[in-house]
Design a binder for this molecule. Structure first.
Ligand SMILES: Nc1nc2c(ncn2[C@@H]2O[C@H](COP(=O)(O)OP(=O)(O)O)[C@@H](O)[C@H]2O)c(=O)[nH]1
Ligand SMILES: [Mg+2]
Length: 289
């Protein structure tokens, strides 16, 4: 499965992020809990240079407590400041605000000493659809930014004071997915961070099915209980039979089967699944440190 991308779009996103980062003291790096490691683009990370970073594992409600702990432990092991949240919950921003204030302690001291009282500034960054706008809305407690379950909705820029020690860039910084790593890109496609036109949807569905089977076969059977009754060598055909998705003449409708399966995953109907779990458990994750 190959996921298409445009170098021109990447250059534009890179420049934009570079500009945004120049204006801030710290970075709130949002990761989607269903594929947190895949949400990291090391190429773009170089732009952050030595500014303090707060990693936020968002959509924590979509993965199990066990997986979330694995993830938080990994960041801890790597000496990175990390919290988890559900940006749609009422107090979803509280933990982020508190962690950000601790991250800013040195800055606040520095700014106060200089007598030039200046509020530390921060920007929320992340790949499309990881929940940047939702987190910002939660931080500013106003439903202001447009959110949508598709990539690339947010545009305009302004500064918003969210408390006496944090000023936030209203417009999130867009991280371009790491397409050089097609395994990361596949996972981002699965969680809806890459437009569906950029890849073969049937291939995505098949690959996602294999990946989920590898994680835990019970996830499949708890949703498609009778799937083993059908003995086509094609996964999508079996899903079509299991769901009664048939074309005239009784042939399995694999297009609809693919859509059903991927939507079931994206909407959480398959339960709590973290696609990056194997990456977090590998011993060589921290070799780069
Ligand atoms: N379950 C869940 N959904 C979330 C969370 N945060 C955002 N979303 C949903 O994810 C989708 C993308 O969110 P959005 O804030 O527009 O992402 P952005 O593209 O990064 O700005 C929307 O459908 C949100 O409602 C979360 O913490 N949990
Ligand atoms: Mg947005």
């Amino acid at each position: 499965m190959f996921i298409h991308w445009f170098p021109g779009h990447m250059t534009k996103a890179y420049r934009l992020l570079e500009e945004n980062l120049r204006l801030v003291d710290s970075v709130i790096y949002v990761l989607d809990a269903r594929a947190p490691i895949s949400c990291i683009n090391e190429e773009f990370d170089k732009l952050i240079k030595n500014k303090p970073v707060l990693y936020v594992i968002n959509k924590s409600d979509l993965i199990s407590k066990f997986d979330l702990t694995q993830c938080l432990n990994l960041f801890k092991k790597l000496n990175k400041t990390c919290v988890s949240t559900n940006s749609l919950s009422q107090d979803g921003a509280k933990i982020v605000k508190e962690a950000l204030n601790s991250l800013h302690l040195n800055l606040i001291e520095k700014y106060t000493k200089k007598d030039a009282i200046r509020t530390p500034r921060s920007v929320v960054i992340g790949v499309p659809n990881c929940g940047k706008s939702s987190l910002i809305n939660n931080l500013i407690k106003r439903k202001k930014l447009e959110t949508a379950n598709r990539p690339g909705v947010t545009r305009s820029i302004q500064w918003i004071k969210i408390d006496k020690n944090i000023e936030l860039m209203d417009s999130p910084g867009l991280l371009f997915p790491d397409f050089k790593n097609q395994d990361k890109a596949f996972k981002l496609a699965a969680i809806g961070s890459i437009k569906d036109e950029r890849f073969d949807f049937l291939e995505l569905a098949e690959k996602l099915f294999t990946k989920i089977l590898e994680i835990d076969p019970n996830i499949i059977t708890s949703r498609y209980a009778d799937i083993h009754k059908f003995n086509s060598s094609s996964t999508l055909e079996n899903i079509a039979f299991s769901r009664g998705l048939l074309l005239s003449g009784g042939k399995p409708d694999i297009e609809r089967a693919a859509k059903t399966f991927v939507t079931d995953f994206r909407k959480g109907f398959l339960g709590k699944v973290c696609l990056d779990l194997s990456l977090m458990q590998e011993d060589d994750v921290d070799k780069g440190e």
